[in-house]
Design a protein around this ligand. Structure first.
Ligand code: UDP
Length: 403
């Protein structure tokens, strides 16, 4: 069923709904083109599925295009993603050529000339702007942790970024001194009405987990993330090994494969190798299926959710778990501390502090009252700051300024 802003009134209240409608006054009928690189897998696609129908519902003409690329192109753009997050990458002429060629070709048939706004997400389609004579404001929405970009890659991408009118990032620390553009900080958000986030009756959640072979006879520790080195699944295993020395529990690593992330299957294989014995014994379960209800069931029934990222643009998986009232133990990196206040609605740790992670998980497993209290505080924080209606309002506010 088509998404209507009205459907969110019960959760966010009359005032929010009215304010969004009023802010649309100067924007009726305006068209906005979104461009990204996948319709499925990862936080960007997750948000666009909710945001774009809602924009249409309130009177914009919002459209969504996905850059077409070969596997080789997505290998290059994944290396850009890694490089922007600080990894050493080899940037050669061939990679640059493939990146620019794909953007150029896509621009030739994307026909976005007559839009009032263009919003480009992440580095994959960033360079297409150079193919257009600009007729409207272009916004680059970067979802990546930009705190330590690789300098060569940064120099290569900078001329494209400078053509944009506004750059949106998730955190103050992602603003770059050597990039004198107009920035906006906008936080990602979750949709409380999707199958992934709507209340799931316990019996249904249990039967979903049963279908995936996840037994509930021991407390569940869960990380839901693409198999990506920045999400550190091997580190989660290390933490779990420490936890199980003291308390019987089960670890679930759930990570579907995203079409624009070619490294997933390689990392997944590494993880499988490291937990072969534990998988045989049934104490570690790995899942690569994409299933929103499964994600909901896991986040709802987990005793603790871990997010052990070493870099994290924002971390919607944290938001989703908090929304279900499940306590989260996570790394103190990127956008995660925007969501978790250490000791209040979860625990924040240095990503290398395996013992600290294990201690925090154990604390929550042993103290139900603490877990419940942290869960409740977390849910309230999400209600206040990270629901999709707020994201919609942030976008409209920005468009109103730019029109
Ligand atoms: N996700 C999913 N299934 C999985 C793994 C992840 O549906 O097996 C979703 C997750 O629920 C969240 C998004 O993908 O909505 C991940 O967003 P996040 O910001 O945490 O990380 P990203 O993948 O964008 O780096």
């Amino acid at each position: 069923m088509a998404k209507r802003l009205e459907d969110y009134r019960e959760i966010v209240g009359d005032e929010v709904i009215s304010r969004i409608h009023r802010k649309m006054r100067r924007l009726y009928g305006k068209s906005v083109q979104h461009v990204n690189s996948t319709f499925q897998g990862g936080g960007v696609a997750e948000m666009l599925w909710s945001l774009i129908p809602l924009k249409n519902d309130i009177g914009l003409r919002a459209d969504w295009r996905i850059i077409h690329g070969t596997p080789a192109f997505f290998e290059v753009t994944k290396s850009f993603h890694n490089g922007l997050q600080g990894e050493e990458i080899e940037l050669n002429e061939e990679k640059k050529g493939l990146y620019l060629g794909t953007n150029e070709e896509f621009a030739r048939f994307a026909h976005i000339e007559r839009r009032n706004f263009v919003v480009v997400h992440d580095p994959q389609p960033l360079a297409m702007i150079s193919q257009y004579r600009k007729e409207q404001p272009w916004i680059w929405r970067c979802h990546i942790d930009l705190s330590h970009p690789n300098p060569d890659l940064w120099s290569f991408l900078k001329p494209f970024i400078l053509r944009y009118d506004v750059v949106i990032v998730s955190h103050e620390s992602y603003k770059k001194e050597d990039l004198p553009v107009e920035y906006r900080i906008i936080h990602p958000a979750i949709d409380p009405l999707t199958p992934k986030n709507a209340p799931l009756p316990r019996a249904q959640a249990e039967s979903i987990l049963e279908r995936y072979g996840v037994r509930l006879d021991k407390p569940l520790i869960v990380q839901i993330s693409r198999f990506d080195k920045w999400k550190d699944p091997l580190g989660v295993v290390e933490v779990y090994k420490r936890v199980r020395q003291e308390m019987d529990s089960r670890l679930v690593l759930c990570g579907s494969m995203a079409p624009d992330d070619p490294e997933g299957s390689m990392i997944y294989k590494e993880v499988l190798k490291s937990v072969e014995e534990l998988i045989k014994g049934g104490d570690v379960v790995t899942i690569t299926a994409q299933d929103d209800l499964l994600v909901n069931a896991l986040q709802s029934l987990a005793s603790v959710v871990i997010q052990k990222s070493t870099r994290e643009g924002f971390g919607l998986t944290v938001t989703e778990a908090l929304w279900k009232g499940t306590p989260v133990v996570a790394s103190n990196v990127g956008g995660i501390p925007l969501q978790i206040e250490d000791g209040v609605n979860g625990f924040l740790l240095d990503p290398k502090d395996y013992d600290g992670f294990a201690d925090a998980v154990l604390k929550l497993l042993k103290d139900e009252a603490l877990a419940r209290r942290m869960g409740e505080t977390g849910r309230e924080k999400v209600r206040e700051k990270f629901l999709i209606t707020r994201l919609l309002e942030d976008y409209i506010t920005l468009m109103e300024e730019l029109i």
